[in-house]
Ligand binder design. Structure first.
Ligand code: IMP
Length: 178
């Protein structure tokens, strides 16, 4: 275990097993339909996207978006698009891939943005969910793990851009925040 990690909340084995279950669910839900386009939000959802799509049994495509809150605003759900999708999504069913749903502001805005671009439907798959932190009502159709209101890192999630490459979800030692 990394020397700055206090405890592991979700192990790599648990993430892989749960990703397989979610992928199976998604595969079943879209059986007989046009395969959905997976849209992942940079950078945090990249490891989860990579794990998830390995187990999806459909000929899917994926694309990326990078968004940030407008500077100076206390994240009110107003986002700036730093990297937009490479292609038109008119009429497509979208699976929006996220690392964690916290207040729900980011996903609510991104989901609306995708619908405004003409997506036929937008469903959300998230590795983690912190339901106690929700400010805007939004529920992911597919959730890996619900966790307590605690700051976590690993499997894509960062603290000052670090720790994204840890293969598990963990909590940092208090000394990291001093
Ligand atoms: P929301 O708009 O508040 O739901 O923001 C979700 C985003 O906040 C995620 O994509 C993460 O980038 C970040 N975030 C929320 N909680 C954590 C955490 O515990 N660790 C790392 N990043 C987090």
């Amino acid at each position: 275990m990394h020397q700055l990690i206090k405890k592991v909340l979700v192990t790599e084995e648990q993430i892989i097993a749960r990703s397989k279950e979610l992928a199976k669910q998604i595969t079943n839900d879209y059986a007989g339909k046009e395969a959905p386009l997976f849209v992942a939000l940079l950078k945090g959802s990249v490891p989860f996207l990579a794990e998830l799509v390995k187990h999806v049994e459909m000929d899917i495509e994926f694309d990326f978006m990078d968004v940030s809150s407008y500077e100076g605003t206390e994240s009110i759900g107003d986002i700036k698009i730093l990297k937009d999708l490479d292609r038109s999504i008119k009429g497509l069913d979208i699976i929006l891939v996220e690392d964690i749903v916290d207040t729900g502001r980011t996903l609510t805005t991104v989901k609306q943005t995708l619908l405004n671009k003409g997506a036929n439907s937008v469903k959300i798959v998230t590795l983690l969910d912190k339901p106690d932190r929700r400010v805007v009502e939004i529920k992911a159709e597919y959730t890996g793990f619900e966790i307590e209101n605690e700051f976590v890192v690993g499997f894509g999630l960062d603290y000052n851009q670090k720790f994204r490459n840890l293969p598990y979800i963990g909590v940092l030692k208090d000394e990291c925040y001093r």
